[in-house]
Ligand binder design. Structure first.
Ligand code: ZN
Length: 182
């Protein structure tokens, strides 16, 4: 029997940095998601906003759910931090956002959904997601079609869905990680 080579995204190290491999950044987003204080009534998501116009890529901002006050979402946190910390110049639309769960298209709180924030930000060309949004709070997420209408690419990163989902539902009743003490 052939021993299988380890192929876990979580084993990616900076030395393995491959700026074509979305798993590298998704792993960083997942690390952000793990910082969330678990919530029964919200997902725990992490996001990383990256500038693709420079080499090596530049991480512009990171965020995780509820990191900032006001029941904030991970993508929202990225944009808020970036606006506060880094004055933007130029009008490149080459940024990529990696989010462990697809951006929300509706918020029960009535706040602006993350998919609209991504569109309105105007500089994101590509959205990588770790997993799709389960229909726990909102029946149908329409982020895919909304982004496509604006010419923004939406790509699911292979092989990280279950981990992203487990982290996202941490604290939810009956979730596989609901009793996880980590
Ligand atoms: Zn959101």
């Amino acid at each position: 029997m052939q021993p299988e080579a380890p192929h876990e995204a979580s084993m990616l190290q900076p030395a393995d940095f491959d700026d074509n491999d979305p798993r590298f950044f998704m792993q960083l987003a997942l690390d952000e998601a793990k910082k969330c204080i678990p919530s029964q009534t919200a997902f725990s998501v992490g996001a990383v906003l990256v500038d693709n116009t420079v080499r090596p890529y530049k991480i512009l901002a990171t965020g995780f759910s509820r990191e900032l006050e006001g029941n904030t979402h991970a993508e929202e946190v990225c944009f808020t931090k970036l606006m506060e910390e880094t004055p933007l110049s130029g009008d490149e639309k080459e940024y990529t956002i990696y989010t462990t769960m697809e951006p929300c298209s509706e918020r029960l709180s009535g706040k602006k959904p993350c998919v609209d924030r991504i569109i309105d930000f105007g500089r994101v060309s590509t959205v990588y997601v770790g997993c799709q949004e389960p229909s726990t709070f909102v029946t149908e997420n329409t982020a895919t079609s909304k982004l496509a209408e604006r010419g923004i690419r939406y790509l699911l990163v292979d092989g990280m869905g279950s981990e992203c989902r487990n982290v996202a539902t941490k604290g939810h009743l009956g979730s596989p990680s609901g009793t996880d003490s980590k």
